[in-house]
Design a protein around this ligand. Sequence first.
Ligand SMILES: CC(C)(COP(=O)(O)OP(=O)(O)OC[C@H]1O[C@@H](n2cnc3c(N)ncnc32)[C@H](O)[C@@H]1OP(=O)(O)O)[C@@H](O)C(=O)NCCC(=O)NCCS
Length: 189
Amino acid sequence: MFRWVPSFLQRVFVSWESLERKAVVGRLRRAGHEIHPSVSFGRRVHIDVHEGGRIQIGAGVQILQDSWLIVECKDEMDIGENVFISQHCTVSGSVRIGKDTLIAGFVSIIDAHHTFKSTDIPIREQGGVKRPICIGKDVWIGTMSVVLAGVTIGDGAVIGANTTVTHDIPPRAIAVGCPARIVGWRGGT
Ligand SMILES: CC(C)(COP(=O)(O)OP(=O)(O)OC[C@H]1O[C@@H](n2cnc3c(N)ncnc32)[C@H](O)[C@@H]1OP(=O)(O)O)[C@@H](O)C(=O)NCCC(=O)NCCS
């Protein structure tokens, strides 16, 4: 059901959220993480860094509303300068993103998957495997795409909308589909 919120109340919510964001960033910095002062966070951006994990966010990074960054114990997340992460993205685990890379809305980049070999034990009790993800600089990842654990995407690559990246993509490749296949090259072959 649509609910009308008076504009003065909206302003209260917005300023409350920006205060909360400042508090979160302050806590991360005090814990030794590097969050550049110029980083901008949209509303409801969630940054969850577990003890023993490490996050670094470079100058000029923009993260739009409702995106989540999750860094578990022993994970290292490094988001390079001027990276743009649009709305509703999930970036989780040991993920490195090179400078100037663009990530469109609703993209999922998760460095883990479940182990499911045994049929006697529920999958949820079999643990999982984590493999770091490396995304180069000046990459564009289209909306709704999924980048799976262990993948490397080379510098300058383009990943089309709704693509599932299951294997490494070379630099400057244009890759689309599920699983991703190369359909061209930036700047020609
Ligand atoms: C990949 C993309 C950049 C186009 O690249 P391009 O080099 O111009 O590619 P083309 O349009 O010539 O398409 C090449 C082939 O790939 C196919 N293709 C293009 N995009 C595709 C996609 N996302 N998924 C599946 N196939 C795709 C085309 O149908 C074409 O196939 P065909 O030769 O069999 O007809 C674009 O299609 C795309 O997906 N952009 C992302 C848009 C987005 O996410 N915007 C969010 C805001 S940032």
